[in-house]
Design a protein. Structure first.
Length: 152
């Protein structure tokens, strides 16, 4: 028997070249990247198109290890913005206007979700909260609040 909790830093040592390449792409992009865009970016970098299955496997590994997260609403992957416990719930604030994504954790939410899932006897596989809206910059930008209010 062994404990299965793997901290992100320790996991980084288990990176194969394919996993490392996928993580590098996400880190450089610093924004959500879809699986097919990932394949294109890897092809640009290596001059050779990787097989989709190997890219999906690499992404799956990064997700399992907490090195990256999947944004369901964008069908895309994003590098983990900061170090936190592998299973800790993360909140993504996703700007509809500029596409900026910021990652946060919240101790109150972590406690609340743990209590909620425990009382439901539910074993969560994902712990990601996605909140869409306007980032601070876009919300403050003058004349940029035309969303849903096209008067002209
Ligand atoms: Zn994270
Ligand atoms: Zn924005």
């Amino acid at each position: 028997m062994s404990t299965k909790r793997v901290a992100p830093r320790a996991a980084a040592r288990g990176l194969t070249p394919a996993r490392r390449a996928a993580l590098d792409i996400l880190t450089k992009a610093n924004r959500p990247v879809g699986a097919y865009e990932m394949i294109d970016l890897l092809a640009d970098e290596k001059g050779k198109r990787p097989a989709p299955i190997s890219v999906y496997r690499a992404l799956g590994y990064l997700l399992d290890q907490g090195l990256a997260h999947r944004l369901a609403s964008r069908n895309a992957f994003v590098v983990c913005g900061h170090s936190h416990e592998a299973g800790e719930p993360v909140i993504f604030l996703i700007c509809d206007e500029c596409g900026e994504v910021s990652e946060a954790t919240c101790p109150e939410l972590t406690r609340g979700l743990a209590a909620l899932t425990a009382s439901a006897g539910f074993e969560p596989r994902t712990r990601v909260v996605e909140i869409a809206g306007l980032c601070g910059r876009c919300a403050a930008a003058p004349g940029k609040d035309g969303r849903g209010a096209l008067v002209e």
